[in-house]
Design a protein around this ligand. Structure first.
Ligand SMILES: Cc1ncc(COP(=O)(O)O)c(C=O)c1O
Length: 460
């Protein structure tokens, strides 16, 4: 394919491309490979085939430098600075050591269950149907039951009616900020916090107010002050295995935060993104302790089932639920029935529970290996605490470290890391990096840490 592309690049426009038979002989390729290459070149607009005549190099193929300047004139300057997509979304390749991603490697996913479920869904009616805007009733019931099981006596558990299925919790977050906050109004966020929440807030035009948060979660007094000073009516937080810090709030802290939220007539958006990734503890959803509609609960399956099964749930009660649903209708109308059916199939198999039971020990081994590797090769990196669940380590580096340069130097040496600045809604409170211990090839963690250590010390 690359040989053929070079030939086309120097061939005059309109030149006849050698026949498939000649190409097979020239490149020692099979008929299938040659046909595939020709199809790809056609799709790229480099060749055109004239049936019965032959295939020719397309006449117009020189790339002009295009000028899109008129677009910025038409669009004007953005209202607020919108962060770019995070390093966490950069793709990797097998030769690199990827410590940057926000999703686990496929070896940690229930691949067999997912493939069987997708095949079954493709054969079933869901391949050709459309669910209600709220989602498949059985899947909504599954999400409601899961949260209901954590609900203590005396609190009214959620029902399927309170659940809306969304295509990933990112999409749910955007809807929540638009529907429950609105442009120009304030939202409190832990700092540091998930870059995608910062991005969704910026896109929705809401004003982000950072509240410092460490291994124990936010200080309730700081929170109360922020509610009072800003008039905010919504806090976005991750009480379990927060991204990026890995913090899990104690029961006492969770109760204090919920009290502060209630006292200010506010909402708590609880992002339970790492529900299935407990290591030393299990996730304790705060939403299970609220039946007055203060907590809006987000629970995703994209990280623990498959990133391709983009299915998550928003559990909300009262008018908040109706407003979120109205926003969903405007944004995407409904979620693919096929994906919903496959997600439901996976989480209702006995193998799903077996899978989750084996996951914790695997995460522990990986987490501890990365911690040991850092201790040996990056002694200047400090961990505030060992995360009891989740996918990441959050390591502090010496003040004055040039983070952009470190990230670039590591990438040049084949190691991808997450620069911590992306997780702060305002100025970073220190120099941090986020490292995913659930990426591919854990046996290469020591090598990855060695590269980070060398780059930090400024050694080639
Ligand atoms: C804290 C948190 N919330 C939400 C998401 C979005 O996940 P998804 O849209 O795949 O459900 C992520 C993904 O990295 C995350 O880390």
């Amino acid at each position: 394919m690359s040989g053929l592309r070079s030939w086309i690049a120097q061939a005059p426009p309109g030149a006849r491309v050698p026949s498939n038979r000649a190409l097979m002989a020239r490149y020692g390729a099979s008929p299938v490979t040659v046909q595939k290459a020709m199809r790809t070149l056609g799709a790229l607009g480099l060749v055109e085939s004239r049936p019965g005549v032959g295939t020719f190099v397309r006449a117009v193929r020189t790339a002009r430098a295009l000028d899109y300047g008129w677009q910025t004139a038409a669009l004007g300057a953005p209202r607020a600075r919108i962060p770019t997509l995070s390093t966490a979304l950069h793709s990797s390749s097998p030769e690199l050591i990827g410590l940057h991603s926000g999703y686990p490697d496929r070896t940690l996913l229930p691949e067999r269950l997912v493939r069987t479920a997708l095949a079954r869904a493709a054969r079933g009616t869901s391949a050709m149907t459309r669910s209600d805007a709220e989602g498949l009733p059985e899947l909504r019931a599954w999400f409601a039951t899961e949260l209901a099981e954590a609900t203590p006596v005396g609190v009214t558990p959620p029902t399927a009616r309170d659940v809306a299925i969304v295509p990933g919790s990112q999409s749910g977050l955007s809807s929540i900020f638009r529907a429950l906050v609105g442009s120009g109004r304030p939202v409190l966020m832990e700092s540091p916090t998930y870059w995608g929440a910062i991005l969704a807030a910026a896109q929705a035009g809401v004003r982000t107010v950072p509240v410092p948060s460490g291994p124990d979660g936010p200080d309730p007094a700081d929170l109360a002050r922020a509610f009072e000073e800003t008039g905010a009516r919504l806090l976005y937080a991750q009480p379990n295995y927060a991204n990026p810090t890995g913090a899990q709030w104690s029961r006492e802290r969770a109760g204090q935060v919920l009290d502060a939220v209630r006292a200010h007539g506010a909402f708590l958006v609880e992002d339970d993104w790492a529900h299935d990734f407990g290591i030393d503890t299990t996730a304790r959803p705060l939403a299970a302790h609220d039946d007055a509609g203060h907590v809006v609960y987000l629970r995703s399956l994209t990280k623990s089932v498959s990133p391709s099964v983009r299915v998550a749930a928003v559990i909300a009660r009262g008018p908040a639920r109706d407003r979120i649903l109205a926003d969903r209708g405007a944004e995407s109308m409904y979620v693919s029935d096929l994906l919903q059916a496959a997600a439901l199939d996976v989480v209702t198999q006995r193998g799903w529970h077996t899978h989750l039971r084996t996951l914790g020990p695997q995460l522990r081994t990986r987490r501890d290996l990365l911690i040991d590797s850092l201790a040996e090769h990056v002694p200047d990196a400090q961990l505030d605490h060992v995360p009891r669940g989740g996918l990441h380590l959050w390591a502090r580096l010496p003040d004055g470290t040039d983070l952009d340069r470190l990230t670039r130097d590591c990438a040049a040496d084949g190691v991808l890391i997450g620069p911590g600045s992306e997780w702060f809604p305002a100025e970073p409170a220190g120099t941090y990096i986020r490292l995913n211990y659930t990426g591919p090839a854990p046996e290469r963690f020591p090598e990855g840490a060695r590269v980070i250590g060398r780059a930090l010390a400024g050694r080639p």
